[in-house]
Write a protein that binds this ligand. Sequence first.
Ligand SMILES: NC(=O)c1ccc[n+]([C@@H]2O[C@H](COP(=O)([O-])OP(=O)(O)OC[C@H]3O[C@@H](n4cnc5c(N)ncnc54)[C@H](O)[C@@H]3O)[C@@H](O)[C@H]2O)c1
Length: 400
Amino acid sequence: MLNKKICVIGLGYIGLPTSALLANRGYKVHGVDIIESTVETINRGEIHIVEPELDTFVKSAVNSGNLKASLTPCEADIFILAVPTPFHDGFIPNIDYIISATKNISSYLKDGNIIILESTSPVGTTDKIEKILNDSGVDTSKLFISHCPERVLPGQIMRELVENDRIVGGITPEATKKTIEFYKTFVSGEVLSTDAKTAEMAKLTENSFRDVNIAFANELSILCDKFNIDVWELIKLANRHPRVNILQPGAGVGGHCIAVDPWFIVHAGGDDAKIIKTAREVNSYKTQWAIEKIKNQALKFEIENSKKAKIACMGLAFKPDIDDLRESPALYITRELIKSELDILAVEPNINNFQEFNIIDYQEAIEKADIFVFLVAHKEFKELYIEDKEILDFCGVLNR
Ligand SMILES: NC(=O)c1ccc[n+]([C@@H]2O[C@H](COP(=O)([O-])OP(=O)(O)OC[C@H]3O[C@@H](n4cnc5c(N)ncnc54)[C@H](O)[C@@H]3O)[C@@H](O)[C@H]2O)c1
């Protein structure tokens, strides 16, 4: 197997770590991206994204000659598609990148090739790849087309790429078998076999499960606020039941996975995707609810003190201890407060340069702010001692 050549399409958070790992395992990897600067950076042995250990992997992969990046695909034995799958306006799944990547590889395919879709995809997308290839004049009868969804955690990608269990679903049982053989060469977790649609739905299900359970916690937090109960204490107590495990509420749900993927099910499932749709709505509502709470607190301060409150927004990232702002409710809240002309001091210890507005050090915020709004439970905030200031803690960072 190691003498196989692999062509990876899309060199982002998934494609680049996968390429670098495979190249370090001895595969010849040809990585493709449409962004020229990405290709150039990788060919210098450097990286364009932040991920622990990735720099070492990429450097040694490029130095060994096993990893080369390019703007165009080439002939290979195995093709891996790791391109983005966002949504269009109205939460309609956008598989344009998959369609274009599939068309781009079509002229390089030959009998016996394995084509693996790793992007998180709406149910039926892997079948569509076969159709797109057929429409491009490719005889797919001797190709092996599968879906193998990625489920790594940013920050732990290099370890989880190897250790996580994987689900493989081919459009035929032979495709499943061939694809599993490949993953078994570098995955130490179990590689589980199913069909393409089930594999697609499994990935969407995993992220919807998280979303629904966070929605439950977020709803509890709103109810507890109404009943004047400390939600953090409540959850700690309820979780002492041996079969209860409530997640933590927050300022909403963000990131490019959990806040996006459930919509793929809702779009296809319509009225039958009741809980999944409602969970999305509850989590988005939590963000709006937080904005209203902050505005009310600011108004109260202004009335009581005859001056405008300085409000410190503590954290902008979509989750603790990272710099990722994609779909971040904390960033959304901060933007909305700025738009409402409140006096905002933004704090994000994981980001140094931000073009849109000024970010200040949290120590400076402690000196200047009247109201503290904790939006993300970054480790730097856990030990903060804030005296005689108003605090709204949406992420429970002070209660942990
Ligand atoms: N990042 C994660 O933690 C994670 C985890 C699990 C699943 N996923 C899924 O993996 C997929 C990829 O996500 P990502 O985070 O790596 O995205 P990303 O945006 O970091 O990377 C995608 C790359 O693909 C490139 N690209 C787009 N169209 C292309 C084309 N036609 N040909 C070649 N390159 C092209 C882009 O320039 C970009 O560099 C998505 O479906 C995502 O939902 C991501």
